[in-house]
Ligand binder design. Structure first.
Ligand SMILES: NC(=O)c1ccc[n+]([C@@H]2O[C@H](COP(=O)([O-])OP(=O)(O)OC[C@H]3O[C@@H](n4cnc5c(N)ncnc54)[C@H](O)[C@@H]3O)[C@@H](O)[C@H]2O)c1
Length: 280
């Protein structure tokens, strides 16, 4: 039997994790990024995800079928595309019509954005019904819950395609309505912003903040460890999208987060953020 095919557009932190999890679930993956260096880094990241999966699973995992390209046209013919490009509403809105041009008329686009309303992406297309929000969490192969966003125009067929993909990947989902940041990031981003303020004000260290969230509230991870995992640049981009939409103070990026980005302290992806990482 031939493997189902999937396109993964954007090979950064979450795109490489989606590509790994989809391939581990039996998909033949086409991974596309406009930056060849990002594809090189993704190959290393995917190997690391796979090593960890083997270690945690205690068994040999399947050989991953992933090909990569810098050319958007490599996505022609895939059954569904997960879009994970940089969190910028303008850039994504410019990209979607280009993406539509290389896809078959009915191919579903799963927009894995942190905060951009799905309707703002869909309205750029001839067939707006093909876009559904599918907000994966990092690492994709280990977090079973996915936030699915039904846009006003999302078609039943596109929702069914997403459902099939998530079932193949062994995921559960909660389907919510379309609004900037949806549920998770409309809540999480102000929390990260405030946690950064608390550290900047020297009220507590990052590990004290996170230990309180874990110990007192039963969270698996604190907000600052989570921010490092997401990427501080992506946190800042997401706050900007949220502020553009709501205009309220809780989404004004704290200067400490901007300083971290300026200094290259992007979290796990750069080796240092609120915490230091040894590259593993
Ligand atoms: N980091 C997370 O934990 C996480 C989780 C869920 C969703 N997201 C969302 O997923 C998207 C990507 O986030 P990320 O953290 O992986 O960002 P990232 O900065 O690590 O990677 C983004 C990648 O997109 C590529 N890209 C940008 N424009 C492109 C284009 N036009 N064509 C092809 N490739 C292009 C870049 O070269 C880069 O490699 C964002 O919308 C983000 O909000 C992130």
């Amino acid at each position: 039997m031939t493997a189902p095919t999937i396109g993964v557009l954007g090979a950064g932190v979450i795109g490489s994790s989606v590509a790994h999890a989809a391939a581990a679930a039996g998909y033949a993956v086409t991974l596309v990024d406009s930056d060849a260096t990002a594809l090189d880094t993704a190959r290393t990241t995917i190997r690391r995800h796979q090593r960890l999966a083997t270690l945690l699973g205690g068994t040999r995992t399947r050989k991953l079928d992933i090909r990569s390209s810098t050319n958007l046209a490599a996505l022609t013919g895939v059954e569904l595309v997960v879009e994970n490009t940089t969190e910028s509403e303008d850039a994504k809105r410019a990209l979607y019509p280009e993406l539509e041009r290389v896809l078959a008329a009915d191919t579903t686009i799963a927009a894995n954005t942190s905060a951009v309303p799905i309707g703002r992406l869909a309205e750029q297309l001839t067939n707006p019904g093909r876009v559904v929000g599918v907000h994966f969490m990092n690492p994709v192969d280990r977090i079973d819950m996915v936030e699915v966003v039904r846009g006003k125009a999302s078609s039943d067929a596109a929702m069914a395609d997403v459902d099939t993909m998530l079932r193949r990947m062994g995921k559960q989902s909660v389907v919510v309505e379309d609004a900037a940041g949806f549920v998770i990031n409309r809540i999480l981003m102000p929390v990260v912003n405030l946690a950064a303020a608390i550290v900047s004000d020297k009220v507590a260290t990052p590990s004290q903040v996170d230990d309180l969230f874990k110990g007192c509230l039963g969270h698996k991870s604190g907000p600052l460890r989570t921010a490092d995992l997401i990427g501080i640049d992506t946190v800042v981009h997401t706050l900007e999208v949220l502020h553009d939409h709501y205009g309220t103070d809780e989404f004004v990026t704290h200067p400490a987060l901007r300083r971290m980005v300026d200094q290259g302290l992007l979290g796990i992806k750069s080796g240092r953020g609120f915490y230091s990482y040894d590259g593993n």
